[in-house]
Design a binder for this molecule. Structure first.
Ligand SMILES: NC(=O)c1ccc[n+]([C@@H]2O[C@H](COP(=O)([O-])OP(=O)(O)OC[C@H]3O[C@@H](n4cnc5c(N)ncnc54)[C@H](O)[C@@H]3O)[C@@H](O)[C@H]2O)c1
Length: 499
């Protein structure tokens, strides 16, 4: 199948302590048929259903609408309502009990990786499409685990999964509109939560999730698998070893031709992804490109991103594809696409570095996340990987990146051929997250990273509307970004899991 991604504790923090509550137990689905239960899919096909979860989004505006005010580039963070989650370790637990919400292309394959990790139990599954929970439940029993509870009674049944007392971690792989509500429900019910990108679609939602994580003492994490790519982790370690000198610039992207998948009635569960192209002009999916570069530059760990300027091309690609491929009468003919075919953003950091972000899923382009990093001693560029750093290279020619395998992260040295898709980075990410939970360690990434990597979604939209005017990127850490701290460049843990 064509895959979407081809290729020391700080001040005043305490370990979390999950006190299992008496949550609801599993309930079988009600057997309603596919595509009749989904608010997003069902209503959206009729031209409705936009913002079902977003609480009345202001996104659906046509190009040429009055430019938005440029944001106040010194935007203040709202007052803190809890305590920071920076450096907060998980409670140590020999077994991690997982609930999965959303069992489509992504959730339905990521379940295999959870099941492949010793000491992880998949105890509950939720998707309004009953066949999907049933198929996933079979995988759980085939792996020798007890039958999981299933929740298929509509789009709000995740609330019942989140209320269970026997779940430590909720994994969310649903359409973007629903991420915010599901993350909220998970934390309010005492669960740590990891969500597919983007974390949420609006700035106020990002702040609310930061506040909730701090108030509930639960981690809310963006499961940004690309941060765990082999090349990305090698570049990260080389950057930290000073091989690029003082860091100056980087770039990341999600340039992936998704036209075929977005118009395929059987790939996604409803047209939710395509419909975002009728709602927003901006970078809909910044995390895959932004996360790794933010890590190279220690964003939220010594540097921070301060503002973003974005520019967007006309939106022509989807309409042209529809003309060529979609029969008259297809529901897509009712749609008006406004999302720029290519969005290009420039992000500045407090240390003056520049990060370029690109997003393009609606024109022909070989898959690329760009993934580049440059500093006073040289540069790395991916797709294909190549490097030029002094003093190793002085002849003005790109050199072989494979010569730097010594810098590979310990996770990649220990898992030479990880199972699963995307070259193994999905497995490495889940393995490491489960390891931090089992050993009672601080996670490699937290709610501040999640909100930062996602902020370009609403802010690129605002900047494009304001003809490229810079928009302030909030400091979600509320000043704590200045302190260096570990992240994905983790040392190998010396502790053993509990027997
Ligand atoms: N990190 C990656 O490499 C990667 C790759 C693919 C997709 N994704 C992300 O994964 C998410 C899902 O994408 P997908 O391709 O699997 O989409 P999909 O449409 O195939 O699957 C989404 C699933 O969520 C279910 N769903 C919808 N609303 C729900 C609700 N309220 N409660 C429970 N389930 C609900 C749908 O029935 C469907 O089965 C998106 O955020 C996407 O961006 C990430």
């Amino acid at each position: 199948m064509h895959d979407e991604n081809a290729t020391p504790t700080p001040d005043g923090v305490t370990p979390d302590g999950i006190t299992p509550d008496d949550g609801a137990t599993g309930s079988p689905g009600d057997g309603r048929s596919r595509r009749t239960v989904l608010r997003t899919a069902g209503l959206a096909g009729a031209g409705l259903g936009l913002g079902a979860f977003a609480g009345g989004t202001a996104y659906a505006d046509a190009p040429g609408a009055a430019p938005a005010e440029a944001a106040d580039t010194t935007a203040q963070a709202p007052a803190r309502k809890g305590r920071t989650m920076i450096g907060v370790p998980f409670q140590r637990r020999s077994t991690v009990r997982v609930g999965i919400v959303g069992l489509g292309n992504r959730g339905g394959s990521m379940i295999d990786l959870f099941l492949a990790i010793p000491g992880v139990r998949v105890v509950a599954l939720c998707d309004p499409v009953k066949e999907k929970t049933a198929a996933a439940a079979k995988k759980v029993t085939a792996a020798g685990q007890p039958a999981p509870a299933t929740y298929s009674k509509g789009e709000d049944d995740y609330e019942n999964l989140c209320k269970r007392g026997d779940i430590d971690f909720v994994y969310v792989a649903t359409p973007w509109d629903s991420h915010f509500a599901i993350c909220k429900a998970a934390m309010l019910n005492g669960k740590h939560v990891g969500v597919e990108c983007p974390l949420a679609m609006r700035l106020d939602e990002l702040w609310e999730l930061v506040d909730l994580s701090e108030q509930t003492r639960r981690h809310c994490m963006q499961l940004e698998n690309c941060c765990y790519g082999k090349n990305e982790m090698r570049v990260l370690r080389m950057a930290h070893a000073g091989k690029f000198g003082e860091l100056l610039h980087g770039a990341g992207a999600y340039n992936h031709d998704l036209r075929g998948l977005m118009f395929d009635p059987d790939y996604y569960e409803g047209p939710w992804r395509r419909l975002w192209h009728t709602r927003l002009r901006g970078d809909l999916y910044p995390n895959h490109g932004f996360g790794p570069v933010a890590n190279y530059m220690d964003v939220n760990r010594g540097d921070r991103v301060t503002h973003i300027s974005s520019f967007g091309t006309p939106a022509l690609g989807l309409a042209e594809y529809r003309r060529a491929h979609m029969p008259p009468g297809d529901p897509s003919w009712k749609e008006t696409y406004i999302e720029s075919d290519r969005t290009i953003s420039l992000v500045q950091t407090a240390k003056g570095r520049v990060i370029r972000l690109e997003h393009d899923v609606s024109t022909p382009h070989p898959y690329s996340r760009i993934n580049s990093l440059g500093g006073t001693k040289g540069v790395f560029e991916d797709y294909p990987p190549r490097i030029y750093i002094e003093p190793d290279h002085t002849d003005d020619k790109w050199a072989d990146f494979s010569k730097y395998a010594d810098f590979d992260h310990w996770l990649w040295k220990e898992h030479a051929n990880p199972p699963g898709g995307h070259g193994g980075m999905d497995y490495i990410m889940i393995f490491r997250l489960m390891q931090t939970m089992q050993l009672g360690l601080v996670p490699d990434f937290d709610v501040y990273d999640a909100a930062t990597w996602t902020a370009p979604v609403p802010l690129s939209h605002l900047s494009i509307k304001a003809k490229g005017a810079p928009q302030a990127i909030p400091d979600f850490t509320r000043g704590l970004w200045k302190k260096a701290r570990p992240g994905m460049d983790s040392p190998k843990p010396q502790v053993k899991p509990e027997a």
